[in-house]
Design a protein around this ligand. Structure first.
Ligand code: DCP
Ligand code: MG
Length: 470
């Protein structure tokens, strides 16, 4: 069978405000005038496709375009089109949180040190940013999304998954629904977003990225693996520079190269991550937090946060600061869910991908950052072999609602910490996750992303924000 072009497998990418677009990958179709969906196929074909779309699982992934920068532009339109960097002043030690598309042309990107950004693009406008505004706009987007599906899950401050399966009666076929959603977001927030549509979270997420900026892309049911095949492996979420490099050494550069390989071969080279990679190359929601229903409201079985370093590091202070921050993030999520953990687990991945997990069961269950951190540090001290680390993770499990019995003294100490942490949680609600931290040595910010659901983001919360919607 001749290889199909990408444009035959994905339909209807629209980019506004231009009326006709093209792209290197050839997936762009004619953009419809606002409010109208134009099909590049014949009507009969479209009906067939839409019937298939109605029957299959239909997942939307929506991601705001240049989110922090775009919010800044709403308040200061003179920034539009200019190179803008949000994250701090150019002489500060922090990193870039967001870069405008104009700044990205100079090579500036998120998580890059501010000083490097300044070297690449000295004419950029550097802004400290307004975390409270970003949170407000994120909440507004969430409110719009909830009108489109009861199953919505924010995956970070500016992206969400929607399970749109079975919503055709209300919102029309997938593409029409996506247009409605896209317009509602623009009308009600003034912000652009991109939407990917597919049968799995993974493909929907990659599709929204391919649709950027300001586009919609539907990967037709049954076409997932063929659509993915020509893309670089780095397009797969979770494949960073190091994995990309290791895959390149094995001559695997495109998703299609990956999909052709034996699972055993990948498992030999990458362990369980190799198995997940094989599934992902086929377009499946394989592994990590892609598993699971969107917006399912059960109590989590475990809560974990992980951090992959931009560069592998053996610097103890950096590693300890990261562990403190991860413990805080896990502690905060426990308190949000009203849960206590009895088991804490450290995850350590070295440069060569060797990964160890070491757990400890506590005498008393806890939801306090300090207690989680003390256990995690002890595990780290015992098991770290001093080699450079690629990834650190902290997991809390054996979760329970009941509180353990405490002695009077322990109770007083606990109450003191609880007051401090409640105050810290309130400050983070107002000013963002990085506003207060026990991790004093940290000079970079963590993106809010967790494996079962990110901190403070709606979708699977114990307070069931979704459940009062019809
Ligand atoms: N962010 C951050 N630190 C990072 C990455 C992102 O603080 N390392 C923040 C700033 C971004 C926002 O999260 O504006 C959303 O992240 P995205 O990766 O979606 O990037 P953008 O929305 O800025 O751009 P894009 O249009 O590529 O989605
Ligand atoms: Mg974004």
């Amino acid at each position: 069978m001749p290889a199909q072009t990408t444009s035959e497998l994905a339909e209807h990418i629209t980019k506004r405000p231009q009326s006709v677009t093209s792209s290197k990958s050839g997936v762009c179709k004619r953009a419809p005038p606002p409010g109208r969906v134009v099909s590049a196929r014949s009507l009969r074909e479209d009906e067939a496709v839409e019937t298939a779309g109605r029957q299959a699982r239909c997942i939307f992934h929506l991601d705001m375009d240049a989110f922090f920068v775009s919010v800044e532009e709403l308040f200061n339109p003179s920034l539009k089109g200019k190179p803008v960097v949000v994250g701090g002043r150019p002489n500060q030690r922090g990193v870039v949180a967001a870069a405008s598309y104009a700044a990205r042309r100079f090579g500036v990107h998120s998580a890059m040190p501010l000083r490097t950004a300044y070297r690449l693009c000295p004419q950029a406008i550097f802004l400290e940013g307004h975390p409270r505004r970003y949170r407000e706009y994120s909440d507004r987007v969430y409110a719009i999304l909830q009108r489109f599906s009861p199953k919505v899950e924010m995956a970070s401050i500016d992206e969400a998954y929607l399970d749109m399966t079975g919503t055709a009666k209300l919102h029309g076929p997938p593409l029409a629904a996506a247009h409605k959603l896209h317009e509602a977001v623009k009308r009600e927030t003034g912000l652009n977003c991109s939407i990917g549509i597919a049968g799995s979270r993974l493909v929907a997420k990659i599709a929204s990225d391919q649709a950027k900026p300001n586009g919609i892309l539907w990967v037709l049911p049954g076409c997932e693996s063929r659509w993915l095949a020509p893309l670089d492996v780095s397009k797969i979420p979770g494949v960073g520079k190091v994995t990309e490099q290791r895959l390149a050494e094995l001559n695997i550069r495109k998703v299609g190269d990956l999909a052709r390989l034996d699972e055993d071969y990948l498992e030999r080279h990458f362990g369980r991550w190799g198995l997940a990679l094989a599934g992902k190359a086929r377009g499946e929601d394989a592994g990590a937090w892609f598993d699971g229903e969107i917006g399912a409201e059960e109590d989590p079985k475990s809560i974990s946060h992980e951090h992959t370093f931009d560069q592998d590091t053996a610097d103890r202070a950096t590693l300890e600061a990261a562990l403190a921050r991860l413990s805080e993030m896990v502690g905060r999520r426990l308190r949000e869910h009203g849960l206590h953990a009895r088991t804490v687990q450290l995850k350590l991945r070295y440069s060569d991908f060797r990964t160890i997990t070491r757990a400890r069961t506590l005498p008393q269950s806890t939801d306090l950052d300090t207690e989680l951190h003390a256990e995690i540090r002890a595990l780290f001290d015992r098991h770290w072999n001093r080699r450079p680390v690629r990834l650190l993770g902290v997991q809390a499990s054996s979760l329970e609602r009941a509180q353990g019995q405490l002695s009077l003294l322990e109770h007083e100490q606990e109450q003191r910490w609880r007051k401090v942490l409640e105050a810290a949680d309130q400050i983070r609600d107002r000013y963002g996750e990085s506003a207060v931290s026990l991790a004093a040595a940290m000079n970079w910010s963590f993106r809010e992303r967790a494996h079962e659901n990110p901190a403070g983001l709606p979708g699977k919360r114990a307070d069931k924000r979704n459940s009062d919607k019809p």
